[in-house]
Write a protein of this length. Structure first.
Length: 228
């Protein structure tokens, strides 16, 4: 089969059967792939040069992929320049918060996750390697807005913004269990800011510190979109 025919066949196949290549990868290969994508996104200039060089053969013609520049409003541009100057810095350390057994039980009721590791104090003392109940990983994750002060109406992070949207999370890990009665707080480090239509996309690496414990209870990259 000629090279042109093969390229056209690949294009038609991908249009007809959309899928995620990551689902076909082994866990080890998937980690390397995720690391490559992360590094490419961090080096935006090089990534865009790759995109511009890559062309798709369709209907016998080469179609170049171009990205139009984003036009920022004065308020968005001011915030963009401010955040750019703080990339890599720790921009927030939250207050301490106690993770009580009552809070864990309430989260169990809401999510219908009543595993004994979380709720059965006596069994946890006898059988758990931690000798006590522990918080759900998703409970710790759900507390990130509270721990980062991003939902405090008296202290808005972006006062001039019309709307702030939780766009998602990247690379979520729970390195160490948060035991019942633990006291935690969040550290936020700004790692990326990108202009988008009508606003900015902001990425922060959030680490949940457990008091008197060396390892964090959660590490995640929070992706927030701010619209003006």
């Amino acid at each position: 089969m000629k090279k042109f025919d093969m390229n056209r066949y690949k294009m038609e196949f991908m249009e007809k059967f959309a899928f995620d290549f990551k689902e076909w990868m082994s866990p080890a290969i998937r980690d390397y792939y995720s690391l490559f994508i992360k590094k490419a996104h961090n080096n935006r200039t090089q990534l865009l040069s790759w995109v511009k060089e890559y062309s798709i053969l369709k209907d016998g013609r080469s179609v170049s992929v171009e990205q139009k520049p984003v036009q920022l409003s004065p308020e968005a541009r001011e915030l963009f320049l401010l955040l750019k100057s703080k990339l890599g810095e720790e921009v927030h350390v939250g207050d301490w918060l106690t993770i009580s057994q009552q809070r864990i039980d309430q989260f169990s009721d809401v999510t219908e996750d009543h595993q004994w590791l979380h709720n059965d104090i006596e069994r946890a003392q006898n059988e758990s390697p931690f000798k006590t109940t522990i918080a759900h990983g998703f409970l710790t994750l759900s507390l990130l807005p509270r721990l980062t002060d991003s939902v405090n109406p008296d202290k808005p992070l972006y006062a001039n913004a019309k709307m702030t949207v939780n766009y998602g999370l990247n690379q979520v890990r729970f390195p160490y269990p948060v035991k019942a009665g633990s006291v935690v707080r969040a550290h936020s480090r700004l790692i990326k800011v990108t202009p988008i239509k009508s606003g900015l996309e902001i990425e922060k690496e959030i680490s949940v510190e457990i008091k008197n414990t060396r390892r964090p209870g959660c590490v995640a990259v929070s992706v927030v979109r701010v619209y003006f």
